[in-house]
Design a protein around this ligand. Structure first.
Ligand SMILES: [Zn+2]
Length: 539
């Protein structure tokens, strides 16, 4: 039997009222208990208010003093904005849509879901954002209330939290706003070894809204520093055939605390840019997918004569690469190199990439003896598909690269950077190798703002019209929105899963092909959405 306690806390005077209700109230005994509890509450408002302030104490108090059953469901009122529950993570603005009450509620909901799945241990980490410590503390409190043994790994990159969740337990939550503006924060979650997304995240929302979490005794927390274990795992795996002089730009994101040391441990000479973790991001924003955020790195490469530049996003799961002659090697070109390397040891393997990637990638994978598989955009979706088909490597245009071969299958900017150096160390001129990777002329990622719910309607209409509009040799794909491949380039229009926008990308083997394809795709789009206004993606 379980009890449902809902407290309604007066915001100003800190006063407290409680409404207590025993489940299955038809039962005579429960009705009697219900009565006793109501009475206890009326007469002991102060005391109950105090103990309810702390969930584990409330549970202890309930079971020892009031002889409540040991499983208690307890609710803390919380203003929930459904907009924070995204397709792949939870994300919001602090404190308006994301605050400590939400973090604690998530802890209880996730803890309940974890226990229901047989998981009792959850690792918790946080990136370098200013709101991280408070949100992490509240999250841990909620998890403990659900009876979870929490392993607090402190301030780490998202991949280091994944590492903890793969080596110390099977579940984890990272408090992170990734590359979003500094007033954002959020949660990336792994449950039982899988990144959760979609319906599972909506399930957590429903639990939080209904306050239908199951709280229990037995919660605990211990601090574990995983930096040494993480570093030695990487250093034990990566062997450089020659040393490198590199520039590492962490953009004051959390990778700055660990990545430079790991590259030094591999034998590199490292010039650091903005390694100091600072949630105000005082230099440039930690998002290497935006060319303007790579300017400092390019300047440092020029002034120091270093061979290669590496940049990380705010939580360290994405990697940017710049050559010493100032070329930004986009992730779809990185994937060509990674695929060749992985396929040299896992011949015939299927290599996954998302619909935003260059048309040049699939032939490069096939030429290296692999099976190219284009898939939907979304890091949780790619990870799940890789698991399903046992793929050793996947990657997204956004910069998430997933190594399963020699690694755990999660995206890790630092590890990807190390794998890149390992490959390039076998060549006397790493920049020549990178610059020789096939490339095309392409637009950056473009967005068309839409009304809520409009993007999926638009993409369905585009899919319906595509076959009549684009005859062979055009190849039409509806894996994720509409992608049309011509012999000399491609166009993509897909619905974002995270914001109400259409995501567009165009590529041509010549500037003329790029222009032709962009015009053809935009004509089709405007036939469905005449007011479509194209802007550079604002991530
Ligand atoms: Zn990230």
């Amino acid at each position: 039997m379980s009890l449902n306690i809902k407290d309604v806390k007066g915001q100003d005077q800190g006063q407290f009222q409680a409404r207590l209700q025993v489940h299955q109230p038809r039962n005579q005994e429960n009705r009697a208990k219900n009565h006793v509890l109501r009475k206890a509450c009326r007469h002991g408002v102060e005391r109950v208010s105090q103990v309810v302030g702390d969930i584990s104490q409330a549970c202890a108090y309930a079971s020892t003093h009031l002889k409540w059953p040991d499983k208690v469901i307890l609710g803390v009122p919380m203003q929930l904005s459904s907009s924070i529950f995204k397709a792949y993570d939870i994300r919001g603005v602090v404190p308006s849509t994301l605050n400590e009450a939400v973090a604690e509620g998530l802890g209880k909901a996730f803890g309940s879901a974890a226990r229901a799945a047989g998981e009792t241990v959850v690792a918790v980490g946080r990136d370098g954002r200013l709101s991280g410590p408070a949100l992490s503390t509240a999250l841990i409190k909620g998890l403990m209330g659900a009876g979870i043994e929490v392993i607090d790994v402190g301030m780490v990159t998202t991949p280091m939290l994944y590492f903890a969740a793969h080596t110390l337990c099977r579940s984890g939550i990272q408090v992170t706003g990734s590359h979003n503006p500094k007033d954002y924060n959020g949660f990336k979650m792994v449950l039982g070894g899988r990144a959760i997304y979609g319906d599972e995240i909506q399930g957590l929302r429903r639990t939080m809204e209904a306050e239908s979490w199951v709280l229990q005794m037995g919660g605990s927390v211990r601090q574990v520093n995983i930096e040494a274990a993480y570093q030695s795992r990487i250093v034990g795996d990566i062997k450089l055939a020659r040393p490198f002089k590199i520039v590492v730009d962490s953009g004051n994101g959390v990778a700055g605390a660990t990545a430079p040391g790991i590259f030094r441990a591999l034998g590199c000479e490292v010039i650091e840019l903005f390694s100091e973790v600072d949630g105000n991001f005082p230099n440039h924003h930690p998002d290497p997918s935006k060319p303007e955020n790579l300017r400092d790195l390019m300047a440092a490469l020029k002034s120091t004569g270093a061979e290669l530049g590496l940049a990380f996003d705010g939580d360290g799961d994405r990697l940017g690469i710049v050559t010493n002659d100032g070329n930004n090697i986009y992730p779809d070109r990185q994937m060509m190199l990674f695929a060749q390397d992985v396929l040299s040891r896992v011949p015939g393997a299927t290599i996954l990439f998302d619909v935003k990637c260059s048309q040049r990638l699939a032939p490069a994978i096939a030429a290296a003896g692999g099976v190219p598989l284009m898939y939907k955009t979304g890091h949780s979706l790619v990870k799940a598909k890789m698991k399903e088909i046992d793929s050793p490597l996947g990657g997204e245009m956004s910069g998430h690269i997933f190594f399963k071969e020699r690694w755990y299958g999660f995206d890790d900017g630092t590890y990807a950077g190390c794998r890149l150096l390992e490959i390039l160390s076998k060549h006397p001129d790493g920049n020549a190798v990178l610059n020789a990777l096939p490339t095309s002329f392409s637009t950056p990622e473009l967005n068309v703002a839409c009304a809520e719910g409009e993007p999926h309607r638009v993409t369905s209409e585009l899919q319906a019209k595509a076959a009549a509009t684009f005859p062979a040799p055009a190849v039409i794909s509806d894996i994720d929105g509409l992608r049309v491949d011509w012999p000399d380039g491609f166009g993509l229009v897909r619905a974002s899963n995270t914001t109400p926008v259409l995501v567009l990308r165009f590529e041509g083997q010549t500037p003329e092909a790029l222009h032709r394809i962009e015009t053809a795709m935009m004509d089709l789009l405007r036939s469905v959405k005449p007011d479509a206004k194209v802007a550079q993606a604002a991530h």
